[in-house]
Design a binder for this molecule. Structure first.
Ligand SMILES: [Zn+2]
Length: 340
């Protein structure tokens, strides 16, 4: 499938002006000097949309992502996550070390993000949940698509215990989506799925089935030199599963990806990823035993020498303004890191 280069790259914003690079690097060197005092910033992305989504203006789009990658490439030493893990292990991180990661396996990662990463010569790791490849959809995207397209000004989900929502304006629609996602997120897998199916019956919208990558797109990313990492099969909250089911999710996701790329999958990302809430020490042990080299959480902060390589923290970049973005990157390096 023709997932490769798109026309977006040519029309994107310019990266950070070069006169700001030296002071930015000097500023960041104070927080991330390298060697035994090195800090590793790992950024987490999910989707990169072709253009700004009015319903979710905080979501990355091609223009914003290109701008951020330009800034990052100018100010940080962006490495592959496997190289960075080796650097952490050996106490040899370069100054201003950073990695880029993507979670879940959205098709736009291959269609929109990959050409931008190649343009800036930036490596990245893509953590893919295998159960949604080739036409699947994550439950949260079904909810988003249904409520995004729901007709009228009011959405009545009282029949399935979710209440009634005003959806006449974009902020109301966004609020309705967030409320429904919050109500469903921590339900057991089966009851969450049946609620979502009931929503599909109540709301006359057909959600798209090309949001997630195809197996060919996973191979495309891998053959472009990107790392592919495990993210389970069905993206469950591991701490809500029995241990044998959690172990099977982690192991099968790895096997399926290895079957697709014909290479070892050595990195893992915990679904949802908050230490203590979404995964526990048992899961860290499983990930190690199953044969991964390292794993990432969604705790804030930056890793340092001696950090648990199976619970590396990640940071969600979100500021569209250049200098504020750099400042937040520096602030993140000072945060204490949560682990289990
Ligand atoms: Zn995820």
């Amino acid at each position: 499938m023709a997932a490769g280069e798109s026309g977006y790259v040519g029309m994107l914003a310019n990266p950070m002006p070069s006169w700001t690079l030296l002071p930015s690097r000097a500023f960041l060197n104070l927080f991330s000097p390298g060697g035994s005092r090195g800090r590793l910033t790992i950024l987490i992305y999910h989707r990169v949309l072709p253009q700004l989504d009015a319903l979710f203006p905080g979501e990355s789009d091609a223009e914003n992502f290109d701008h951020q990658m330009g800034q990052l490439a100018g100010c940080f030493k962006i490495m592959s996550l496997l190289d960075a893990v080796r650097g952490l292990r050996e106490g040899k991180l370069p100054p201003r070390a950073a990695c880029i990661t993507f979670d879940d396996g959205y098709a736009d990662n291959a269609e929109i993000a990959l050409p931008i990463l190649k343009k800036h010569d930036i490596p990245a790791t893509f953590f893919v949940s295998t159960g949604f490849l080739d036409g699947g959809r994550m439950w949260n995207d079904t909810v988003i698509e249904l409520i995004r397209g729901a007709p009228g000004d009011t959405l009545d989900l009282a029949k399935i215990g979710l209440g009634q929502f005003e959806i006449g304006t974009l902020p109301q629609r966004r609020q309705a989506i967030n409320n429904v996602l919050d109500a469903l997120k921590y339900l057991p897998l089966e009851s969450r799925q049946s609620r979502v199916e009931e929503m599909c019956i109540l709301i006359p919208v057909i959600p798209s089935n090309n949001l997630m990558m195809t197996s060919d797109q996973v191979r495309l990313l891998h053959s472009a030199g990107m790392e592919i990492g495990g993210h389970t099969v069905n993206h469950p909250i591991l701490s809500r599963l029995q241990n044998d089911a959690a172990c099977a999710e982690i192991a099968h996701g790895k096997e399926i990806l290895e079957g697709i790329i014909h290479a070892p999958v050595r990195l893992f990302a915990y679904p949802n990823g908050k230490p203590g809430r979404d995964y526990a020490t048992d899961h860290v042990r499983m990930v190690r035993k199953i044969g991964f080299d390292a794993a990432v959480s969604t705790a804030h902060g930056a890793a340092r020498i001696g950090s648990d390589l199976y619970q590396l923290p990640r940071f969600t970049p979100w500021d569209r303004e250049s200098m504020r973005f750099m400042f937040r990157m520096a602030q993140n390096m000072l945060k204490p890191v949560d682990t289990v």
